[in-house]
Design a protein around this ligand. Structure first.
Ligand code: AMP
Ligand code: ZN
Length: 468
């Protein structure tokens, strides 16, 4: 397949919008930092994966084949996000009286369910688990030690950030501020406040649920090393694009870069792309702030996961998206209108109608400009033919064709009411007809009347509740 479209992406590493050129001719490797599987992912986390999905679909649309890796963090992510505090998975497992494996499997499955609900493409996506790549992680730590980048203190093996002259280059972070932040968690043995754990020792007084032998002693890997190990294993080094939320720029991604570049003397990734936060009342949605919602919460309230996806796409990935129920319900109404219009085209067999070249050109230009989905959504609202919608939906991933079919799928109970109503309408019994319309609507359907017939469609809201 030929590459038919150049895509420009904002690279956090160079702080410029750059034309994307893959390392290999026709294949792109994308690594997206995955979830820590100790709780349900919240819809802020899912923003990171919807963004990576739009990126991936755009590259595929442009004619490239995509290999994607989303890691599963099933060990080593500490409650402080730094090198102190408890392992989030150990903590949850102990609290619930379960094994670590029971916890991680359960929440990993929940993550896949959310990916499916959001129509995130996972063909050719690998989901490697940190616990299944301990050997690869130890290998890199050994290299770092041999090259003089690692040192041992009482609670583990640490990376010496003063030895990497480019430390902090990603996002040009303010190292002074970072050092002060790191000082808050006092570890007097560290040589520099920004040094971070590569391997942590199990505490002698406590039996961990997950621990492994290593050349330095029994313990577990630090949180950052898994991404260096698994991206290299599955995508090579350097690979094309690394994604994640902006919260990962200052620490996690700079640490990944430090480890991988010092161990192997080549860059880790060429492009670094970061999504802004999903916020609530202006604050980052996060479990620690207690302001989270899950995809399941949305469905329960009658918001279809794909309406949420639509809502997300109305913001550019590099702008914050402030979540309110009002705004997602508004997005659902707008999205439903598009599906109803599309469904109407199916009815009149217009759906495969001719492509409107100017619509296609406009939306391709918007995507090529750093994935400008808000513009694409604005175009989607105006287009007047199913063929264009189908083409745009390859990138938007809103599954409009399938949703249109699902909205038309009416149970017998409702078809009977429709028939009854059509009859009373023919007899011009408007009062009875309105009454039946009320009953139908109450059950979660919408009635569209024209002079000679009526059409009934399910609402997205009902579809959402049925999915839960
Ligand atoms: P975690 O499980 O905390 O490592 O997060 C998984 C992914 O979600 C990472 O890419 C984070 O940067 C991203 N993320 C976390 N919170 C938010 C948020 N409120 N909005 C957008 N992305 C987020
Ligand atoms: Zn990572």
């Amino acid at each position: 397949m030929d590459v038919t479209m150049d895509i420009y992406l904002n690279n956090t590493l160079t702080r410029k919008k750059e034309k994307f050129v893959p390392i290999k001719k026709e294949e792109v490797g994308i690594y997206s930092c995955g979830p820590t599987v100790y709780f349900f992912p919240h819809i802020g986390n899912m923003r990171a994966y919807v963004f990576a999905d739009v990126l991936r679909r755009s590259l595929e649309y442009s004619g490239l084949k995509v290999k994607q890796v989303i890691n599963i963090t099933d060990v080593g992510h500490l409650t402080s996000n730094q090198d102190s505090g408890e392992d989030k998975i150990e903590q949850t497992a102990k609290k619930e009286g379960k094994t670590a494996g029971e916890i991680t499997k359960f929440y990993e499955e929940a993550f896949y369910k959310d990916l499916a609900d959001l129509n995130i493409e996972i063909k050719d996506t690998k989901f490697p688990r940190a616990t299944e790549h301990i050997v690869e992680q130890i290998e890199i730590i050994k290299i770092l030690e041999e090259k003089g980048f690692a040192y041992k203190i009482s609670d583990g093996i640490y990376f010496d950030t003063s030895k990497f002259k480019d430390y902090g280059k990603l996002g040009n972070i303010n190292l002074k501020e970072q050092k002060e932040g790191a000082r808050v968690e006092i570890n007097n043995e560290k040589k520099n406040p920004t040094d971070f754990a590569l391997w942590k020792f199990s505490k002698p007084e406590e039996k961990r649920l997950q621990e492994w032998p290593s050349p330095w002693g029994t313990g577990f890997p630090g949180w950052h090393i898994e991404c260096s190990a698994m991206s290299r294993k599955y995508l090579g080094q350097p690979f094309d694009i690394h994604t994640g939320g902006i919260d990962h720029i200052p620490v996690h991604h700079n640490n990944e870069i430090a480890q991988s570049e010092c161990a192997f003397s080549v860059p880790l990734a060429n492009f670094w792309l970061h999504n802004e936060f999903l916020t609530v009342e202006g604050e980052k949605m996060s479990k620690s702030l207690g302001n989270i919602f899950t995809i399941s919460d949305l469905k329960e309230r009658g918001v279809h996961p794909l309406s949420f996806r639509y809502w997300l796409l109305t913001s550019h990935y590099r702008s914050p998206a402030n979540f309110t129920w009002e705004s997602v319900f508004g997005a659902q109404t707008a999205f439903e209108k598009i599906i109803v219009k599309y469904s109407d085209w199916v009815e009149t067999e217009y759906v495969e109608g001719a492509l409107n070249d100017s619509d296609v050109k406009q939306f391709e230009e918007a995507i090529a400009d750093d994935l400008n989905t808000p513009i694409v959504i604005a175009i989607l609202q105006k287009v007047s033919g199913g063929a264009v919608v189908n083409k745009m939906d390859k990138i938007l991933g809103l599954n409009i064709k399938v949703l249109a079919e699902q909205l038309r799928d009416i149970p017998d109970e409702i078809s009977k009411l429709q028939e009854e109503r059509d009859n009373v309408r023919a007899d011009k019994d408007w009062k009875k007809s309105d009454e039946i319309r009320g009953t139908i609507e109450q059950k979660g359907y919408t009635v569209f009347d024209s002079s000679d017939k009526s059409v009934i469609l399910k609402t997205l809201s009902l579809l959402a509740k049925e999915r839960n």
